[in-house]
Design a protein around this ligand. Structure first.
Ligand SMILES: Nc1ncnc2c1ncn2[C@@H]1O[C@H](COP(=O)(O)OP(=O)(O)O)[C@@H](O)[C@H]1O
Ligand SMILES: [Mg+2]
Length: 313
């Protein structure tokens, strides 16, 4: 594998919060550019911790005298994110990494459009930002990204007026505007109903296939890993217990890996068609179907164009 083919390279990564309790224990993994890889594991197995260390949000342990011969390191796109217990991530590299969280991480009382524009700043504003600080070009970019994830018509609504699925798609749009080449998503569908979960996963898969984004996504349920990701890395108590084709993750094999914990990793009714529940219509979760539109085709959508024109005016 050539170095420029590698999106994530984690070597001998350990992380302890308290002395001697290793939440990540000598984890090594490589993700090639253009892959879409699932990270699975029961609650507490270390998925969020691993994702935060790869995103450069949490330092890994440095070398200890008594421990591994190698000190841990994480490289993203061939550049160091951290080495030997020190974060060493440039702002430019950070901008190439989009991080998606279970709880969307939008500024709740600000419009979706402004939230997506914040992607251009490389971080959430310290002060509750407004649209005033962004140019028309910025807003147009953000509108295109919102159209790309199928929610352009909600651009001027506040984030907290939207369903969880719509907020998650806005968070993805923010990563697009940021220019992310690698998306690391930490249980992005854990708070969503099955229909919204599929839309978010469809969108990630579509961006992986059509825009060439590398995706690492942690998932609580193995069915989504099997449906969307050809490869899965499985963590158990901070160690990699499996790294290979998702198709191998049969109930029997998962039981072998996880014992009784494996039950937690299955959805009981994933393969059954999801019938809209009339009692749910108009509820917080009801939302129109996502239309994933490649950015270059957005110009073909007159409503989106009109919205962008209005913003320019
Ligand atoms: N900031 C922290 N301080 C102490 N322990 C933590 C901290 N964050 C996570 N842990 C512990 O690390 C382990 C793995 O947590 P986590 O990475 O959140 O797992 P997962 O995302 O797979 O549920 C858990 O035992 C958790 O309690
Ligand atoms: Mg977690």
């Amino acid at each position: 594998m050539l170095p420029h083919d590698i999106a994530i390279e984690a070597r001998a990564v350990s992380k302890s919060f308290q002395h001697d309790v290793r939440v990540l224990d000598d984890v090594s993994m490589t993700v090639r550019r253009g892959e879409m890889v699932a990270l699975i594991g029961a609650s507490g197995s270390g998925k969020s911790t691993l994702i935060r260390t790869i995103a450069g949000l949490l330092p890994i342990d440095g070398k200890r005298k008594d421990s591994l011969p190698e000190s841990g390191s994480i490289h993203v796109m061939g550049q160091p994110i951290q080495q030997n217990g020190r974060l060493s991530c440039s702002r430019a590299l950070r901008a190439r990494i989009g991080v998606i969280f279970q709880q969307f991480n939008l500024v709740p009382r600000v419009t979706l459009l402004a939230n997506v524009c914040f992607g251009l700043l490389g971080s959430l504003p310290v002060l509750r930002g407004t649209l005033g600080q962004f140019s028309d070009g910025d807003k147009r970019k953000a509108m295109l990204a919102l159209a790309r994830v199928g929610i352009a018509e909600h651009a001027l609504k506040r984030a907290n007026e939207l369903s969880g699925g719509q907020q998650q798609r806005a968070a993805i749009a923010r990563s697009l505007v940021q220019g992310a080449e690698l998306l690391i998503a930490d249980e992005p569908i854990a708070s969503l109903d099955p229909a919204s979960s599929r839309r978010v996963m469809d969108l990630l898969a579509d961006m992986n296939r059509n825009d060439g984004l590398t995706v690492l996504v942690s998932l609580h349920q193995v069915e989504y890993a099997m449906k969307y990701c050809s490869r899965t890395i499985a963590l158990k108590a901070g160690r990699v217990v499996y790294d290979g084709p998702s198709q191998a993750l049969t109930p029997a094999f998962l039981n072998q890996l996880y014992g009784a914990e494996s039950e937690e990793l299955f959805l009981p009714s994933f393969d059954q068609p999801i019938n809209p529940d009339p009692a749910n219509a108009g509820s917080h979760w009801a939302e129109p179907p996502a239309v994933a539109v490649p950015t270059h085709q957005v110009a073909a959508f007159p409503r989106v164009q009109r919205q962008a024109e209005r913003l320019r005016a």
